[in-house]
Ligand binder design. Sequence first.
Ligand SMILES: Nc1ncnc2c1ncn2[C@@H]1O[C@H](COP(=O)(O)OP(=O)(O)OP(=O)(O)O)[C@@H](O)[C@H]1O
Length: 295
Amino acid sequence: MLTVQHVETYIRRKPIVKDITFTIAPGSIVGLIGPNGAGKTTLMKTILGLTKFSGTIQIAQVSVTETDHRALRRVGALIEHPAIYPFLTGLQNLELYSQSPTDRQQLITTLEMDGYIQQKAKGYSLGMKQKLGIAIAFLNHPQLIILDEPMNGLDVEATIGVRQLIHQYAAQGTAFLISSHILSELQRVMTQVILINHGQLIVNQPLDQFNQLHHQNYQFRTTAPQQTRQLLEAQRISFTTHQSYFSVRRETIFALQDLLATHHIYLEELAPVERNLEQTVVAILAQQREAAHEN
Ligand SMILES: Nc1ncnc2c1ncn2[C@@H]1O[C@H](COP(=O)(O)OP(=O)(O)OP(=O)(O)O)[C@@H](O)[C@H]1O
């Protein structure tokens, strides 16, 4: 659906997006995450043909350029502030983009906007404007929907409504690129994780693979804690301790078991320790900083 190849975006000669390549298949929900200033919004704007860039962007095999936006006909987007005409009602705003009353009404109902859709948008609260912006992005059943911080200012029910819409449209083949700092929320919808930092792509993985690779440390207890500590230190296996438990990285677990067995030390308990997405992202970014520091 979306192919991004070797894309670079410069703003005032400063590289903001650096050699980014990824694809999004129909029906995939990609969570775009990264620290403040990482380049998420710039990448989204680039895909929408709003900035100059080098490299290739294709939507359903049609190229996007800064001047040719034909590929964007079936793309919906909400980037930064929703593009709303304040002196029109919510409904009139929707009518500007869609001819289909059924399509409009379905979105109004799911997002529970019936109560104020006939009022002028200038009187809307932050969350009401955000919902209208989201409805505009979903109109006409796009092939690709790009949402920058969609849950900004939304109450619990609206958040659930947006989540439902995302699942429903993805099931019908719409591809999503969604940025959010609310990782727990993103985790509930996304099927693929893209992590960027300083404009570079650090991780691009299906969510389940990402969880398997990065999520787990292992925690264990042994029959000889003192000796275990000495062995781990001697073998330079990094670990932390908490009470009588040791915690090590997942990839060291087989070597560790061999090591202990050779010294006739036995495991009394061994269990994976779940890290949440937030902790995982923080750990990856910290590792990257360490690596950059060493180079
Ligand atoms: N119009 C602009 N002029 C100058 N610099 C810009 C402009 N737009 C973005 N930048 C710079 O590009 C970098 C990436 O910004 P961007 O808004 O894409 O980050 P982001 O990942 O979306 O951040 P956040 O999570 O804070 O929204 C930042 O260093 C920002 O200062």
